[in-house]
Write a protein that binds this ligand. Structure first.
Ligand code: AMP
Length: 593
């Protein structure tokens, strides 16, 4: 498929207002994608690699801007691109405005002079992701320059957005899921014409959509599922199994009370809510060959994945050792890593984050912060996928797999029992309790009602840091106040400023951390690319004309950086509205529709 055909589709999708038409248009794109279906599906979601793949492009905005500047000609520098970006606000539009191709002679080096294909863009980006070591930055610029230099405006837009992982076309995961079902499972009769004015809408049945959803949950790869749906239909999709070593999306919880749980479940499974960082543990012991091909052929040393499926194995050696020592069958476990003091009592969540993504000084930090594994679910045990088993059975499997690290699951039928367990959990220094449906399945990525979280603390909000003000006096070299925003579609709406609760040392660390994200600045204020998520406490959410969101946080206080969350996981304006109205049941996810 020509990359220009893909890019034109993106342009049209961006202009498409209604959801159903969007789904039909995406389905039509899938039907025409031929050999590149998997790639097109991933590109559409702004990805080169599947979600379970821990590889990333690792192309920062500076690299992308530099490549655009070079392709735009000798008179354009990176600072010109960045100045336009500050004015226009979006890199796709900036890239489309330059006339590329003036460097034709040079582009011969970079792959040819014909039109780009989707396959070629994919191959170049994958190669670029593998670039490592000395000179890798300039090789990345060179490779991207080669692509931009051969791009027409719509292609340049799609390419710039893809490289920076933000397609901004209003096509979420839910739309892609529905479109896969519609393209390959629905009885659609005719496929819409490329240029048809009206795209006929053919609905997939709910059953078809759930088969696709299920395959997505198990494989965590939209590209693969799209191809499988086309090649093997419903039967092929149903046969997909978990693979040890391929992380799945974490199941999520909504906020809820003991009363909610008692009303919704026959009886309530109560667990401690550990205040740490989520880890998904994958392990195949060295001497275990797979019982049925569902696990890798050879032993797989313990692999640990964060909630966002980053590979955090190297940062958590004691958990790796613990798993390798104690577990003797292939497993996938869902767990929380928590920091403990010398008595084994839990420490605040921030302590875990000092360890979590660390690449350097792992051994030194291991001495400073001790981590423990508390497992609460078992997705796979010795060749058996357990996603559809009820929680009670999965918990039995968990106890079998890691008796010492398995959290306790207690069944309660009345509020006083639940409150007693909650009081004991808080007394022991934990964050709260989880209330789960003992009969519920494990649904990866889903924030259903079968897991409820109950925290006594005032609610906190996970907000994106979009700006800051420099401090004053002895703090003039540091950011002092941070502007917070919540997600609103692809945009961010400011909701307040936070300066309280941040120590001098934290301010210094945050300044170092955020300075590279500055996109614009004047006087004492700067704005940031949305990259970092703060957890903030507050007393109340008020309606307010001060901020574009229409709301303001009253007495916001900094709780910590949510290292485990991407900006895509931050809270939404819809949620803020619900919190303000007192009707909230938990955060929204991107792609929900
Ligand atoms: P929150 O981060 O406030 O949305 O709460 C949900 C998180 O609580 C999960 O993502 C887990 O990381 C964590 N958690 C701690 N203990 C448990 C447990 N027993 N069951 C499920 N999740 C837990």
């Amino acid at each position: 498929m020509e990359f220009s055909a893909f890019a034109d589709r993106m342009e049209r999708l961006e202009a498409e207002p209604a959801d159903l038409e969007t789904t039909a248009a995406v389905a039509a794109l899938f039907v025409r994608a031929d050999d590149e279906l998997a790639t097109v599906t991933r590109f559409l979601l702004g990805r080169v690699f599947p979600a379970h793949d821990t590889r990333t492009l690792d192309v920062g905005p500076a690299t992308c801007h530099e490549a655009i500047a070079r392709a735009a000609g000798p008179n354009v520098g990176r600072s010109d691109v960045e100045a336009r970006l500050a004015a226009v606000g979006e890199i796709g539009a900036v890239a489309a405005d330059y006339e590329f191709g003036g460097q034709r002679g040079l582009s011969a080096f970079a792959g040819g002079t014909d039109g780009l294909t989707v396959a070629e863009v994919d191959a170049t980006l994958r190669e670029l992701a593998a670039a490592d070591g000395d000179g890798s930055e300039s090789r990345k610029v060179e490779a991207l320059f080669g692509l931009f230099n051969r791009s027409e405006p719509a292609e340049a837009t799609a390419l710039a957005r893809l490289v920076l992982g933000e397609m901004r076309i209003g096509v979420g995961e839910g739309t892609v899921r529905d479109a896969i079902a519609e393209a390959f499972l629905a009885d659609r009769g005719t496929i819409p014409d490329e240029d048809a004015e009206e795209v006929p809408v053919t609905y997939a049945t709910d059953a078809d959509v759930s088969v696709v959803e299920r395959a997505l949950q198990v494989t965590n790869d939209y590209g693969h599922v799209a191809t499988l749906a086309r090649e093997e239909g419903v039967d092929g999709l149903r046969e997909e199994r978990l693979v040890v070593g391929r992380p799945v999306q974490a199941m999520l919880a909504q906020a809820g009370t003991a009363g909610d749980a008692l009303a919704e479940f026959d009886s309530v499974a109560v667990e401690t809510k550990f205040d740490g960082a989520r880890v998904q543990v994958h392990y195949v012991p060295p001497d275990r060959s797979p019982p049925d091909g569902s696990t890798p052929a050879e032993g797989l040393g313990p692999r640990l994945y964060s909630r966002n499926m980053d590979d955090v194995t190297d940062a958590l050696p004691e958990i790796v050792e613990y798993v390798a020592d104690r577990v003797d069958v292939p497993v996938i476990l869902d767990a929380e890593a928590i920091a403990v003091d010398e008595h084994g009592d839990p420490l605040p969540f921030q302590e875990v984050l000092r360890r979590f993504r660390r690449k350097h000084d792992v051994d030194r930090m291991r001495e400073a912060v001790t981590l423990e594994l508390h497992a609460f679910d078992c997705l796979h045990l010795d060749g058996d996928d357990l996603l559809d088993e009820p929680l009670r059975a999965r918990h039995d499997a968990l106890v079998e797999a890691v008796p010492d690290a398995a959290g306790t699951l207690r069944i309660a039928d009345d509020a006083p029992t639940i409150e007693g367990i909650e009081a004991a959990a808080l007394e022991a220094g934990h964050e709260g309790i989880m209330l789960k449906d003992p009969a519920g399945a494990y649904t990866p990525g889903d924030r259903g009602r079968s897991w409820l979280k109950r925290k006594p603390d005032v609610e906190t909000l996970d907000a994106v840091v979009v700006g800051a003000e420099w401090g004053e006096g002895r703090r003039a070299e540091l950011f002092g106040t941070f502007l917070l925003a919540v997600r609103d579609g692809d945009d961010y709406q400011p909701i307040g400023k936070v300066a309280t609760g941040i120590s001098d040392a934290e301010l210094a660390a945050l300044t170092d951390r955020l300075e590279p994200s500055v996109v614009d600045g004047s006087g004492t204020t700067v704005s940031f690319r949305p990259e970092v998520v703060f957890e903030v406490g507050y007393e109340e959410i008020q309606t307010s004309p001060t901020y574009a969101s229409g709301y303001a946080l009253r007495f916001p206080r900094f709780v910590g950086v949510r290292e485990d969350k991407d900006v895509d996981d931050a809270d939404t304006l819809d949620r803020v509205e619900r919190l303000a109205e007192g009707t909230d049941a938990g955060p929204d996810r991107r792609g929900d529709n």
